[in-house]
Design a protein around this ligand. Structure first.
Ligand code: NPQ
Ligand code: MG
Length: 372
């Protein structure tokens, strides 16, 4: 396969409701989409970087810039397999979400050409995956209980509460008291320090599945220290950038569970290596979520059907985030989403709808950028 051109596109999608985390409130998503045009056909990728570098150091304008000026120039004019992308981009440090987007588009093109689905490629062992939902910080505990009840009524099989100092033990207590033994976990998005270990151990009596990323991403050893105080299993998200960082975190006891986000680790192929490592180490994984459109959601649902994805993911239905998706919507059925079976991602991108929400497009080839 040869990469002939890449169409980059920025779209704006309003969220159905504001989504508040310890790093801020999102009301819309500004997404960078990548269409790879190859001699074997086309493929789609989605970049999960946010508008601001507040979840990680990556942000969507930076991802667009690094793709145009540093990543795509390394891919033109050679015979390529999707597996060649990461080695060719290895000289560029970081920028995993930007790297993941182009690798995804080439993997989609390659699998569509071969008539194989993402699920088949990953060795999916399920036709549908159990879904959880990530619940943002709410204006009050009463409102939280109302919102969680709505998601349970829709059939979600696991609830994740976003927490931060001042919004942790009481919300968890309220949800436990109202909804009993529903599978429940929390995500701090780095909002705490080791000095909060005793406080976080107050969550232990609630029988949570895990506490996700309590401290800053570089504090991997501190997570191992916190694990000596807090009995609830610690799960890492932001700290895990590569296969090696996953191996190191497991080796020092910094986490007992890993949140796999293909964008955060530089693509689906690195994510699959982390899945396999964790399976060998007896560490369960689950599929994270970055408020993806149907494009990213399709790939994530397929990967979540791999055998060691044993906990429900943040692979929510399209309508959890969007009134209208850019593909056919993913619809929750009995708390699960079906794994697409068509070639590649197995979804059809609605390019007419895309045109109505596009804020910028650019086409790249060997000769450089043609805007507009
Ligand atoms: C997490 N996701 O697990 C992330 C955080 C997150 C579903 O909780 C724009 C870009 C908005 C990235 C909102 C969920 C985001 C974002 C939340 C990441 O930590
Ligand atoms: Mg997280």
């Amino acid at each position: 396969m040869r990469l002939e051109a890449v169409e980059l596109r920025r779209i704006k999608l309003p969220l159905v409701a504001p989504f508040e985390t310890s790093f801020g409130v999102q009301t819309e998503r500004d997404v960078l989409l990548v269409k790879a045009i190859t001699d074997a056909g086309e493929g789609w990728g989605e970049c999960v970087a946010g508008e601001e570098p507040t979840y990680s150091s990556e942000y969507v304008d930076g991802a667009q810039h690094v793709l145009i000026h540093h990543l795509l120039p390394r891919l033109w004019g050679r015979e390529l397999d999707a597996a060649d992308v990461a080695p060719l981009l290895h000289p560029v440090h970081g920028h995993n979400m930007a790297k993941a987007a182009i690798e995804m588009a080439l993997l989609d093109a390659q699998l569509r050409a071969a008539g194989r689905s993402f699920g088949e490629f990953f060795g999916a062992v399920r036709e549908a995956v159990d879904c959880g939902v990530s619940v943002g910080i709410q204006p009050s505990v009463a409102e939280l209980v109302r919102v969680v009840g709505g998601y349970l009524d829709q059939g979600y099989r696991r609830i994740k509460l976003k927490i931060k100092p001042g919004w942790d033990v009481e919300p968890v207590r309220a949800v436990r008291e109202k909804f009993g033994e529903v599978p429940l976990q929390v995500d701090a998005n780095t909002a705490y320090t080791l000095a909060d270990a005793q406080h976080l151990s107050e969550l232990d009596p609630f029988g949570l599945l895990l506490i996700e990323q309590p401290m800053r991403e570089e504090l991997v050893f501190a997570h191992a220290e916190m694990a000596k105080v807090v009995r609830t299993p610690i799960c890492l998200d932001e700290s895990i950038h590569t296969y090696q960082s996953a191996a190191d975190a497991i080796a020092i006891g910094a986490c007992r569970i890993i949140n796999v986000k293909p964008g955060r680790v530089g693509g689906y192929l690195e994510a699959r290596r982390i899945h396999d490592l964790c399976a060998a180490k007896g560490v369960p994984v689950w599929m994270g979520g970055m408020l993806e459109t149907g494009i990213g959601r399709a790939g994530n649902v397929a990967m979540a059907a791999m055998p060691n994805f044993t906990l429900p993911g943040d692979t929510s239905a399209s309508d959890r985030y969007y009134h209208r998706d850019v593909t056919e919507p993913f619809v929750l059925r009995d708390g699960r989403l079906r794994v697409p079976t068509g070639p590649g991602l197995g979804v059809t991108v609605d390019e007419e709808f895309l045109d109505t929400i596009t804020t910028w497009t650019g086409t790249l080839g060997r000769a450089g950028l043609r805007a507009g």
